[in-house]
Design a protein around this ligand. Structure first.
Ligand SMILES: *[C@@H]1O[C@H](CO)[C@@H](O)[C@H](O)[C@H]1NC(C)=O
Ligand SMILES: *[C@@H]1O[C@H](CO)[C@@H](O)[C@H](O)[C@H]1NC(C)=O
Ligand SMILES: *[C@@H]1O[C@H](CO)[C@@H](O)[C@H](O)[C@H]1NC(C)=O
Ligand SMILES: *[C@@H]1O[C@H](CO)[C@@H](O)[C@H](O)[C@H]1NC(C)=O
Ligand SMILES: *[C@@H]1O[C@H](CO)[C@@H](O)[C@H](O)[C@H]1NC(C)=O
Ligand SMILES: *[C@@H]1O[C@H](CO)[C@@H](O)[C@H](O)[C@H]1NC(C)=O
Length: 691
């Protein structure tokens, strides 16, 4: 089988013109990635992807199900497909694929006659909440002559109803409408299921596929093969809507826009499309006043859905400028470290933001985050923690708004345990808490995470009110750490898939850094006696920890995975908090020792997470890299960049992979998790936070 597959693949690559990929060929290419529900990708890795080509394969939702999204073009009377897999027409050739932090750009050639540049822009505007609150993404298609001649060109694109439900037997309904120059198809689930998901797709709200009308515009909603054949044979659509509302998979209804571009020469012409979701209410939330629905934040800025859709469609110029400015910032800050590092950050930013959503009102705003793929939990503390460098670097306030609902719920007495809760609800979008205290328990992990992130936010913002209003809870968690951090009980850490363990060296150091963080918080808020008490406890613990958790007789010496297990080791990523916050709790000699040690245990695609398995975590590798010496740092980043280019995984960036094969470890598929925001750790250190 393997032999046959190899022959087949090489035949394919022989017959197909090959594309370049810059700065890398990611396992899946982000197309429209803006929220847990607007998350469309093009699968590339060899486990099932086509190598990274826009044509010849359907885009998929992050969880793998097909999202019909088609591009056709007629050039001098012949039809070709440039996106998706309507198999009856030839595909265009792909010249290049490139990505930035906010866009994916495909350059395509139609028989060397006409060039198509398809730009998928998912804007990220960290401190412009009006724009960030819109769950929409652009597709801009530019066409120009490649051979210098004039060509007769018509452009076509459609979406299927697969976007509106995770169950393909669900009945969809639709409308076509206009508002000024806006033309839209609105598609939705006929029976709305509020706050529900099927296969991680949302089951309520309205989907919009829009364009700006121009000369030669036509539209149609109907049966997929009929609508596409209409375009292929007649070069225009029928301006009609088939209203036989039916199941998504029954004669597959599609929603199409077409433009007759006329004669296209060396002067390019472009058409703009946008795709997105509106939901009036976004989250069910157990805050201070019991469970209430929270509205999507875009509702504060727009009177109705059409105004929001219209604004987005007409905002391309500004959205592009803002996104390009962010692209340039991430690129230049990252390239100052290395090009390999920039490969990581630019691919991860959309994924980090794409798990979040702005909700609430102008008075009370929140950010909610879905623990995508691993379990769907809401605002999981130990998922926000690895991801938080991306938010801290782009806008510290975003981090505050992620933490806010966790504090509010617990301060209202909705969580009975003395340690921090793990998450705010078992499944997005129900942030209904855990009044019974039976969440997945990682007590030491979450207390340390909350303290470290709270101080990080304060140091970046100087928002003393935040510390004052949450002081009591922060102090309660610190007391828990004082009791538990020196000799951690048998428990799981955030790496729960690796199993539970007593006396975890890495978990202990997080607790100690958390106690030290609280001493800075106490000092900032004027509680000087607690400040000195916690500071001396943290120092005392760290001194003991250097004996308990380090095998100094080994050659080379290294921290152990658990106290007294001399032959074990792991990525000591929790040291990052000490450097991030400028605490100087842990002696530099420990960093140097670890940095030297990692060089001796590096595998094909990186350093394993610990001695129990050959897999690793990309986010934690990046944390460790940021606090290692430059040689070790570059080793980590170059292995990660190599892994991105070569991994056979074919879904949105996994944070968990095997360091030898580069594939998913047996049976664990982590896909599209926001924790990849952890690659921004290095840029957070560049912020130079200190008490
Ligand atoms: C959220 O809660 C509602 C009931 O309020 C339920 O119908 C829905 O299925 C839940 N959603 C998820 C994703 O569990
Ligand atoms: C023209 O129409 C026929 C019949 O509907 C269809 O099979 C064919 O694919 C169409 N041609 C193109 C180029 O779309
Ligand atoms: C919310 O604030 C924005 C300005 O930041 C303003 O344009 C909008 O009207 C406000 N919305 C409401 C409902 O007050
Ligand atoms: C220091 O803090 C610990 C833990 O909260 C507490 O038990 C102890 O009494 C405190 N010591 C002083 C001197 O305040
Ligand atoms: C943790 O380590 C200490 C010191 O080696 C030991 O006394 C204790 O039993 C260990 N805890 C557990 C739960 O194994
Ligand atoms: C980093 O540490 C390694 C191992 O000790 C050493 O070989 C290398 O020269 C160091 N690199 C830098 C830039 O100091």
């Amino acid at each position: 089988m393997i032999f046959l597959a190899t022959i087949f693949l090489s035949l394919l690559s022989f017959t197909k013109a090959s594309s370049t990929f810059s700065p890398a060929r990611p396992p899946a290419q982000p197309l429209a990635v803006k929220s847990p529900y607007l998350s469309a990708w093009q699968s590339a890795g060899s486990d099932g992807g086509n190598g990274g080509y826009l044509a010849g394969q359907w885009p998929t939702f992050w969880a793998g199900q097909i999202l019909g999204w088609t591009g056709l073009i007629n050039v001098d009377g012949a039809t070709y497909s440039w996106m998706g897999a309507p198999l009856y027409v030839p595909t265009v050739d792909q010249i290049s694929y490139s990505y930035t932090s906010t866009s994916s750009v495909y350059v395509l050639s139609v028989e060397g006659k006409v060039q198509i540049t398809a730009t998928f822009l998912s804007p990220i505007t960290p401190d412009d909440f009006q724009r960030q609150s819109l769950i929409f993404s652009y597709l801009n298609v530019e066409v120009v002559s490649l051979d210098g001649g004039e060509h007769d060109v018509q452009l076509y694109t459609d979406i299927s109803a697969e976007w509106v439900s995770g169950d393909r037997n669900t009945i969809a309904q639709w409308d076509y409408g206009t508002s000024g120059s806006l033309s839209y198809h609105k598609v939705y689930r006929q029976t709305q299921l509020a706050f529900s998901e099927i296969s991680d797709q949302t089951e309520y709200g309205n989907w919009w596929y829009s364009t700006t009308t121009d000369n030669g515009y036509t539209y149609e909603a109907g049966i997929d093969v009929d609508v596409r054949a209409q375009f292929g044979n007649h070069s225009t659509l029928s301006d009609s809507v088939n209203t036989d509302y039916r199941a998504i998979n029954s004669n597959w209804p599609v929603f199409a826009h077409a433009f007759d571009l006329g004669s296209v020469g060396t002067r390019s012409t472009s058409r703009l499309f946008s795709i997105g979701l509106t939901q009036e209410d976004a989250i069910q939330y157990d805050g201070a006043n019991g469970v209430v629905p929270l509205p999507s934040l875009w509702k504060q800025y727009f009177d109705d859905e059409i105004s929001a859709v219209s604004f987005f469609q007409n905002d391309y110029e500004t959205a592009s400028e803002l996104s390009s400015a962010l692209d340039r910032q991430v690129q230049s800050d990252s390239a100052a470290i290395s090009n390999d590092y920039a490969t990581l950050t630019t691919l991860s930013l959309r994924q980090a933001y794409g798990a979040t959503q702005l909700v609430g009102t102008n008075e009370t705003q929140y950010v909610f985050l879905k623990e995508i793929s691993s379990d769907g939990n809401v605002n999981t503390v130990d998922v926000i923690f690895p991801a938080h460098p991306a938010y801290l670097y782009t806008n510290p306030r975003f981090l505050k708004l992620l933490l806010a609902p966790l504090f509010e719920n617990q301060e209202a007495g909705q969580y009975p345990n003395r340690w921090s809760m793990h998450d705010l609800g078992s499944h997005y979008p129900n942030a209904t808490g855990h009044t019974d205290g039976n969440d997945e328990q990682m007590p030491l992990e979450e207390c340390g995470d909350m303290l470290i992130m709270s101080l990080a936010y304060y140091l970046a913002s100087k928002d003393i009110d935040f510390l004052n209003s949450n002081y009591k809870l922060l102090d309660q968690w610190t007391q828990f750490l004082v009791d538990e951090a020196l000799y951690p009980a048998n428990q799981i850490s955030t790496d729960d898939f690796a199993g539970s363990l007593a006396n975890q060296t890495n978990l202990a150091v997080k607790g100690m850094i958390g106690i030290k963080a609280m001493s800075v918080i106490a000092s900032a808020t004027g509680d000087s006696s607690s400040a000195s008490n916690y500071s001396s406890i943290a120092s005392d613990y760290i001194t003991q920890w250097q004996t308990l958790g380090i095998n100094s007789a080994a050659n080379p010496p290294h921290a152990t995975l658990a106290y007294g297990s001399d032959d074990t080791w792991g990525l000591l990523y929790n040291l990052f908090g000490d450097k991030e916050l400028g605490l100087n709790l842990v002696p530099q000699s420990v960093y140097d020792m670890q940095s030297d040690f990692y060089q001796t245990v590096n595998a094909q695609y990186g350093v394993p997470l610990d001695t129990r398995h050959s897999y690793t975590k990309a986010d934690w590798e990046a944390w460790v890299a940021s606090i290692s010496n430059e040689t070790t740092r570059d080793m980590f980043y170059s292995d990660l960049a190599k892994w991105i280019n070569e991994t056979p995984t074919n879904h949105a960036l996994s944070d968990l992979y095997d360091t030898v094969s580069g594939d998913y470890p047996d049976g664990i598929f982590f896909i599209n998790r926001p924790v990849m925001g952890g690659v921004f750790a290095q840029l957070v250190l560049d912020m130079g936070l200190s008490p």
